[in-house]
Ligand binder design. Structure first.
Ligand code: C5J
Length: 226
């Protein structure tokens, strides 16, 4: 059974039994003051617009028994999975692994590394810890998806042009059909958010589809295109 989602560049035929909702890096380190995003000089409040739309789609996906997967960007406390290039990047005083108001920045086990309470995983929902920007790099995400027969991904989270887009590209090259949740993604740079969404569905869907949360919710609740 498929439901039709009104999307760009054309309708997305979603098969809930073969789809996963992948929520990328909705961690305190990115969306709350005192974390990695703030250490890079960003206004983290810009990312919080994505929380409510993701929450709404999350409820509907859980009700429809669509597999929900969460990712977290971060590193081992001994930094053994943090490559030097990533560690050295930038000229800010605070770096990955340094102490911050929410514990060590982007380190597994620190408060800041945790997923925000509004979107906290339920028992049984896989949480993928990733050391890179893409969710497929150095993780078992692909094994989990293939094992469950998943062929379609609804992607949400932050930031649109970094971890969401990197994951979109990785997934597309691996043969997954991807739909990016337009209001369920956000960026510290609104113009990058807009451009990333345009890039995703340009050329008749070069990387995939883009749709607002309302279209996904409506399709899953009514089975009709809104
Ligand atoms: C960044 C991410 N922006 N989750 N990470 O460094 O997009």
């Amino acid at each position: 059974m498929t439901v039709s989602i009104a999307a760009r560049p054309y309708e997305f035929k979603l098969d809930p039994s073969r789809a996963a909702f992948v929520i990328i890096d909705m961690q305190r380190d990115f969306v709350e003051p005192g974390g990695f995003g703030a250490a890079l000089g960003n206004d983290v409040s810009l990312l919080r617009t994505a929380i409510a739309p993701i929450g709404a789609v999350l409820s509907v996906c859980r009700a429809a028994e669509i597999l929900v997967i969460h990712t977290r960007e971060g590193h081992r406390p001994d930094l053994s999975d943090l490559n030097g290039a990533k560690h050295r990047r930038g000229r800010f005083a605070t770096r990955i692994g340094d102490d911050g108001p929410m514990g060590r920045i982007l380190i597994r086990g620190a408060e800041g590394h945790e997923i925000i309470p509004e979107l906290f995983p339920e028992p049984g929902e896989p949480v993928i810890d990733k050391p890179g920007k893409g969710a497929f790099y150095a993780t078992d995400l692909e094994t989990i998806l293939r094992g469950r027969g998943i062929t379609q991904l609804i992607l949400a989270g932050v930031t649109t042009e970094v971890c969401v887009h990197t994951t979109l590209r990785e997934a597309n090259d691996r043969g997954f059909e991807c739909l990016v949740l337009e209001d369920g993604t956000a960026s510290y740079f609104p113009e990058f958010h807009r451009a990333a969404l345009e890039m995703a569905c340009a050329q008749d869907g070069i990387f995939g589809w883009v749709a607002p949360s309302a279209a996904v919710i409506s399709a899953l609740q009514t089975g009709e295109v809104i």
